[in-house]
Design a binder for this molecule. Structure first.
Ligand code: GRF
Length: 203
């Protein structure tokens, strides 16, 4: 299967997915990486892996819709089966989300539906939650609100701060994101009218 990744930063989740493609654990290949920031380290990771990287700046467009159109043109030129948002820090328009319905994943650093949006680690600490986690989900028009695919959780320790939680979250993300991608690429996972199906079991 052909995978396109959208990033804005470090791209460590992208790296985890590329690694598992190379190892044959994911039956797929990352065929393009698109960043809205030219200084994103993820673009370097793509270059080092010999994968085409594209920089499309949202600043070059006057509206979200026109930026999204440019993104869609570049993504579609890569002919992907799956598009993964991997630390892509822009909100996508309804038209974009509809265009990739059922083949668009995101990873979010919280146990959704709790803590949609930004600064999740800090908010978990402030709420005194006993646990925290991360979620892979299909993207729909509701921000961080699409059907869940997989979650990983970890206990919040009294010694934790935002940085330690973020570090632990990354380790978990690098496990569950490639796993979800591997299921999708093996055609074990799909989004239907009834919800998310994994091997014919409704999640
Ligand atoms: C991750 O924490 C992810 O949950 C969030 O953005 C971060 C991306 O990290 N959506 P990286 O660029 O993959 O290292």
């Amino acid at each position: 299967k052909r995978i396109v990744a959208l990033i804005s930063g470090s791209g460590s989740n992208l790296q985890a997915i590329m690694d598992q493609c190379n190892q044959g654990i994911i039956n797929g290949k990352v065929v393009g990486v698109i960043s809205n920031r030219d200084d994103a380290f993820g673009l370097k990771r793509a270059e080092m892996a010999g994968i085409p990287g594209y920089f499309i700046s949202h600043r070059d467009y006057t509206s979200r819709e026109s930026f999204d159109q440019a993104l869609m043109r570049q993504i579609d030129a890569c002919e992907p089966d799956l598009v993964v948002l991997a630390g892509f820090m822009r909100i996508l328009s309804p038209e974009f989300v509809r265009h990739y319905a059922g083949r668009l994943f995101n990873i979010h650093p919280s146990l959704l539906p709790r803590y949609k949006g930004l600064n999740t680690h800090q908010r978990v600490l402030e709420a005194g939650d006993p646990e925290h986690g991360c979620t892979v989900h299909f993207v729909t028009e509701e921000l961080d609100g699409g059907p869940l695919v997989i979650q990983a959780r970890t206990a919040v320790l009294t010694s934790d701060d935002s940085a330690s939680l973020q570090g632990r979250m990354h380790t978990l993300e690098h496990q569950i994101y490639p796993l979800a991608v591997s299921w999708f690429c093996a055609e074990r996972l799909k989004l239907t009218e009834e919800g998310v199906l994994l091997d014919d079991t409704l999640l």
